[in-house]
Design a protein around this ligand. Structure first.
Ligand SMILES: Cc1cc2nc3c(=O)[nH]c(=O)nc-3n(C[C@H](O)[C@H](O)[C@H](O)COP(=O)(O)O)c2cc1C
Length: 248
C-alpha cells in the first residue's frame, strides 16, 4: 500500500497517525494513565529481555506458528480489542479483522466498537469478542446470548473497568466519550481533511452517525452527543462470582 511505504516500525506509525487523525482521536489512541509511569514501566520491563542468537542452526524452515484454544495462528500475537476503531479508520473493526485474518492472526472485536458485532462476523473474519460486563445478570445474559447467537466462539471479558479512568489526558487532547460537538472539535476535524472525508463523512453518509453498538444486547448511545453521558456507574459491584455465571 502506498501509505505504508514510509512506515518501517511502530514509531513511524505514530508519526503518521498524528498527522492523519484529529487531535482528540490521536490523543485517545496514544493515551496512557496519568503521568505515564505505568506506561514507562511496561515498556522498560521488556528491557530485561535480551535476544541471544544461536549461530549455525538450520533456520531454513522456521515458523512462529502457535496454537491458541484449538486454532493455529501464524504468530503468537494478535490485535487486542480497541474501542471506537471505526472512527479512526473507515469501518476500522472490519479492516482490522480482515487484515488479521489475512495474516493468520487473531483479532478481538471490542465491546466499545461502533459496528454491530453481527455485521463484523458476517464479513466472517474474526470470531473473538471482548465484552465489558453490564451491571446486572439479566443484561449480562442478554449480551452473551446476542454474542453467542451471532456466532462468536471466543469470548474475552475485560475486568479492569469498575470505575472510569481519570480523564486528564483526554481533556487535554479534547477527547471524550461520547465526543462533544464544539468549535474546537470541528476545527480539529477540518484540519485533517483526509480523515474528515475518507473516514468521518464517508461513515456518516453510508452508515449514519456511529453508535456504541456492542456494550449491551441493544444499541447504545451515539459516539457524538451534546449532552448524553455514558453510564459506567452500574459496574462497581462486579466480583468473580459474576465470571462464574459468565462461564456457565
Ligand atoms: C486505543 C485503545 C483502545 C482500547 N480499547 C479497549 C477496549 O475497547 N476494550 C478492552 O478490553 N481493551 C481496550 N484497550 C486495551 C487493549 O486491548 C490492550 O489490553 C492494551 O492496549 C494493552 O496491550 P498493549 O500493551 O499491546 O497495548 C484499548 C487500548 C487502546 C490503545
Amino acid at each position: 500500500m502506498k501509505q505504508l511505504v514510509k512506515i518501517h516500525n511502530l514509531q513511524d506509525f505514530e508519526h503518521a497517525a498524528r498527522k492523519h487523525l484529529p487531535r482528540p482521536l490521536f490523543g485517545y489512541i496514544a493515551n496512557s494513565a496519568e503521568e505515564g509511569y505505568t506506561h514507562a514501566a511496561n515498556r522498560s520491563a521488556f528491557d530485561a529481555y535480551g535476544l541471544m542468537p544461536r549461530a549455525m542452526v538450520d533456520v531454513s524452515s522456521i515458523a512462529l506458528e502457535t496454537e491458541l484454544l484449538g486454532t493455529r495462528y501464524q504468530a503468537p500475537f494478535g490485535i487486542a480489542p480497541m474501542g471506537i476503531s471505526a472512527l479512526s479508520a473507515y469501518r476500522g473493526d472490519i479492516v482490522q479483522a480482515r487484515a488479521a485474518a489475512g495474516e493468520g492472526l487473531p483479532m478481538i472485536l471490542s465491546g466499545s466498537s461502533l459496528i454491530p458485532l453481527e455485521e463484523v462476523l458476517e464479513v466472517g473474519e474474526t470470531d473473538w469478542f471482548q465484552a465489558y460486563l453490564p451491571g446486572t445478570l439479566e443484561e449480562i445474559e442478554a449480551l452473551l446470548a446476542r454474542v453467542e447467537k451471532a456466532g462468536y466462539r471466543h469470548l474475552v471479558i475485560t475486568v479492569d473497568y469498575a470505575v472510569p479512568p481519570n480523564s486528564d489526558n483526554n481533556r487535554k487532547s479534547g477527547f471524550s466519550s461520547p465526543l462533544r460537538p464544539s468549535l474546537r472539535l470541528a476545527f480539529d476535524g477540518l484540519t485533517r481533511p483526509r480523515w474528515l472525508f475518507g473516514t468521518f463523512l464517508r461513515t456518516l453518509y453510508r452508515h449514519g452517525l456511529p453508535h456504541f453498538e456492542n456494550n449491551y444486547a441493544t444499541r447504545g448511545i451515539a459516539v457524538m452527543s451534546k449532552n448524553v453521558t455514558r453510564d459506567f456507574s452500574g459496574r462497581r459491584h462486579l466480583q468473580w462470582e459474576y465470571l462464574e455465571r459468565v462461564r456457565a
